[in-house]
Design a binder for this molecule. Structure first.
Ligand code: HEM
Ligand code: HEM
Length: 171
């Protein structure tokens, strides 16, 4: 995984997380100043717009690492980051699907179920990514081998030399 791909995943996830949580927070908890207002807070539509923009970027970021990171990691026998990685792998599809289904359904009951399911899946995926980062961070600090061969662009060889010590055991 290149530095760009890694940072792209983190930044897009944080952006989707903040915009999604802000939107549902304002919609659920904010008190409108005007009783006839159609939104609870002036920021509410902006948070939704931000989410609609940032969520597909997160989808794209995860798509970028699917072949070279996710599938390769799953096929390997590496234990490092496996639990959190598996959680994200299983839940990310339903997360994206519930998000898009939200825009297609009309029934208030189904909308409500999809809305809370989507939020729950999003929070779990974000926490799993934080755990993934934490686990891999401590592995790095302890200088334990166990990473898949990292694919790097020639220009990144020098600035990543410290980030991912090459494992002598990788195949
Ligand atoms: C949707 C699924 C996944 C996402 C979004 C994801 C994301 C990431 C990210 C962002 C990093 C960089 C960590 C860092 O150094 O800051 C990483 C590294 C790593 N992940 Fe995953 N991962 C996923 C699935 C998996 C799975 C299923 C496994 C194991 C079976 C796994 C194992 C690892 C390992 C060993 C590393 C460190 C070596 C490397 O950078 O390739 N990941 N992952
Ligand atoms: C960190 C992960 C995420 C969190 C916490 C999150 C949270 C939310 C929340 C709270 C809503 C409002 C639900 C409602 O209208 O009741 C929402 C809507 C939505 N989300 Fe996400 N989301 C995340 C990731 C994603 C991803 C990866 C996608 C798809 C690529 C996505 C696509 C959507 C879409 C299309 C909507 C519907 C917007 C609308 O109502 O028009 N979200 N999200």
């Amino acid at each position: 995984m290149t530095t760009f791909q890694r940072q792209f995943v983190y930044i897009s996830t944080i952006a989707a997380l903040i915009s999604g949580v802000l939107y549902i927070g304002l919609r659920t908890f904010a008190e409108p100043a005007d009783p006839w207002a159609i939104v609870n807070h002036p920021l509410e539509p902006w948070a939704l717009k931000a989410h609609i923009l940032t969520a597909p970027i997160m989808l794209f970021a995860v798509g970028l690492i699917t072949a070279q990171h996710i599938i390769r990691s799953l096929r390997s026998s590496l234990p490092t980051g496996r639990q959190s990685g598996l959680i994200m792998t299983v839940l990310f599809g339903p997360l994206a699907l519930t998000g898009y289904l939200l825009q297609t359904v009309i029934s208030p009951l189904v909308t409500s179920i999809l809305s809370w399911t989507h939020l729950g899946l999003g929070l779990i995926c974000a926490v799993a990514l934080a755990i993934h980062w934490r686990v891999l961070q401590s592995r790095r600090l302890k200088r334990r081998p166990g990473a898949l061969p990292v694919l790097r662009l020639p220009s990144e060889e020098s600035d990543q030399a410290d980030d991912h010590p090459r494992s002598p055991e990788v195949t």
